[in-house]
Design a protein around this ligand. Structure first.
Ligand code: ADP
Ligand code: MG
Length: 245
């Protein structure tokens, strides 16, 4: 049974039909890449899977880890092991990065976090991501640069250990070194936790050290092609032209 089974979903945003009859199956531990021109509906698919209420399902079903989550709220989906990193992470004044991650883990597991263990793990992951230790005590994303926000998202991923992470353009706007660091973090999540991934991206750099199982091309709200990892390189060279008709 697939970990994520998106069955024929159609999605509307503010009277606009954005996705039509999209199917997507992801098995435990698999890495899928979602490519497509701007405005194709990639972020919409991520948001619909996560249950963002702005996106209305007009048809289809979403099964995650054996549960029908089609009608579940976002927090329930997160609890079940879904994670979405945002294209533009929000600032949350008044809550430190550390507190935010700790309460997210508590909500997910329903158990109190053991502080010593938690802080040790947080420190190790921050070192892996080349994040200064002082960031743990800073308000979530407030005054963080674009790169720091993306790293804070990957830090959350490593600490929360979801079963499936959807990364929406986590690499956009990052310099070469930051892309490498973020990619290393994602690789750790893949290897250490056997986590599954749906990576939405426009660049191949972030994928270099990752093993990609499947690539999907989304055009105008429809998956027009699914292939293996080599499709990424092909698109990189030839663009989407042959799929836009
Ligand atoms: P992509 O991520 O592939 O670039 P999106 O999913 O962000 O595309 O957007 C697909 C279409 O849906 C676009 O036409 C966009 O304007 C519209 N859309 C997406 N999200 C919203 C929103 N929150 N409010 C209004 N329109 C939206
Ligand atoms: Mg997008």
């Amino acid at each position: 049974m697939a970990l994520l089974d998106v069955q024929n979903i159609s999605v509307r945003v503010e009277e606009k039909q954005v996705l039509s009859n999209v199917n997507l199956q992801i098995q435990s531990g698999e890495t899928h890449v979602l490519l497509g021109p701007n405005g194709a509906g990639k972020s919409t698919l991520g948001n619909a899977i996560m249950g963002n209420p702005v996106y209305t399902l007009t048809g289809g079903k979403i099964i995650f880890d054996g549960q029908d989550i089609t009608e579940e709220k976002t927090d329930k989906r997160a609890k079940a092991g879904l994670f979405l990193s945002f294209q533009n992470p929000l600032e949350v004044p008044g809550i430190s990065l550390e507190t935010f991650i700790r309460s997210a883990i508590q909500q997910r597991t329903g158990e109190r976090v053991k502080l010593f263990q938690f802080q040790k793990e947080l420190k190790a992951n921050m070192e892996l991501l080349n994040m200064d230790a002082s960031y743990a005590g800073r308000d979530l994303n407030v005054g963080f640069s674009g790169g720091e926000r993306k790293k804070s998202e990957i830090l959350q991923l490593l600490m929360l250990k979801p079963k499936l992470a959807i990364l929406d353009e986590t690499d956009s706007g990052l310099d070469v070194d930051a892309v490498r660091t973020v990619s290393k973090g994602i690789e750790e999540y893949q290897k250490r936790h056997g986590g599954a991934l749906l990576i939405i991206t426009h660049s191949t750099r972030i994928l270099e050290s990752l093993n990609v199982d499947y690539t999907h091309i989304l055009v105008k709200g429809t998956v027009v092609k699914t292939g293996d990892g080599s499709l990424v390189q092909k698109i990189n060279e030839n663009g989407f032209d042959e799929y836009i008709k």
